[in-house]
Design a binder for this molecule. Sequence first.
Ligand SMILES: Nc1ncnc2c1ncn2[C@@H]1O[C@H](COP(=O)(O)OP(=O)(O)O)[C@@H](O)[C@H]1O
Ligand SMILES: Cc1ncc(C[n+]2csc(CCOP(=O)(O)OP(=O)(O)O)c2C)c(N)n1
Ligand SMILES: [Mg+2]
Length: 293
Amino acid sequence: MRELKFIETIRQRAGNARSGVKLGIGDDAAVLEYDKSKYLLWADDMLVEGTHFTKEDDSFDVGWKAVAVNISDIAAMGGIPKYITVSLGCSGKHSGKYLSKLYDGIFAICKKFGIQVVGGDTNKSDKFIIDVSIIGFVEKKRLITRKGARIGDLILVTGPIRNGRLTHLSFTPRLQESRVLGVYKITAMIDVSDGLSMDLNRLCERSKVGAQIYASSITLVPGLSLDDALYYGESFELLFTIPPKEIEKIKNDRKISDSIFVIGSVVSSSQGVKIMTSSNENKRLKIAGFKHF
Ligand SMILES: Nc1ncnc2c1ncn2[C@@H]1O[C@H](COP(=O)(O)OP(=O)(O)O)[C@@H](O)[C@H]1O
Ligand SMILES: Cc1ncc(C[n+]2csc(CCOP(=O)(O)OP(=O)(O)O)c2C)c(N)n1
Ligand SMILES: [Mg+2]
């Protein structure tokens, strides 16, 4: 069974959101009732040796990345990360130095973002595995989900889009940008872990809309190909939509204006997801990206 189909079967078995669960499976984090003014956000992302990093990678970077990908999921909901648990699969062949440097990376990023490690689990595995579960909070009025993009909205992405092949182990999650954006009207948001194409398509499906994007507007870091931006993944940029009237306000905000780019607009679902190529051909965007199986 394919990954996406598998997750869909779990989503159906888990059932509809009950009381206390505002959003279950299907967004960057679960959204749970917390108090009058805030929701609790809960996400979990796992890294596996050979899939997300190699044996040769510095364990500081592996620890950093394991936390960073989780912070990115909280940022995608508009929230602030607070607590993590860290679970490891490792064996005697992983030296004390490897593990100590792993935690240097974990504590370095936790310090940067004010996050506390509050637990975890340690198990035997020949392949190194690190799983992080994260809790954050978001003001109810600032919650942003994948659902909510409306026809006519502009589509934006943070950037210039980073090269996932080069920066996936050391990237800074776009948390600060997300918190700045949170004061404006953002209608939908997702973090780009699997490539712009797949994650734009996810946002569109959830919002029941289509998209028209322009290749010439997608701003890339030097050396990154458009194909990699669309299909490789691990740029961990934020992709989001706003009503057109918000753009002037956001563009005038010096805290964010240089790190956001309009790449297109939201159209009706019947038009699907299209890309205007650099040779001015308007094509259906191939929906592809990273899938585990
Ligand atoms: N084994 C699983 N059991 C339950 N939910 C899962 C499982 N795997 C993934 N999910 C859920 O499916 C959704 C998509 O997962 P994923 O593609 O990993 O999201 P993300 O890109 O935000 O990390 C998320 O809401 C996640 O919580
Ligand atoms: C050894 C190795 N091979 C391949 C990749 C590329 N890669 C691995 S996972 C991934 C996509 C994102 O990972 P995923 O676990 O799907 O993130 P999620 O959607 O759960 O946030 C990419 C591009 C890598 N980082 N390291
Ligand atoms: Mg995500």
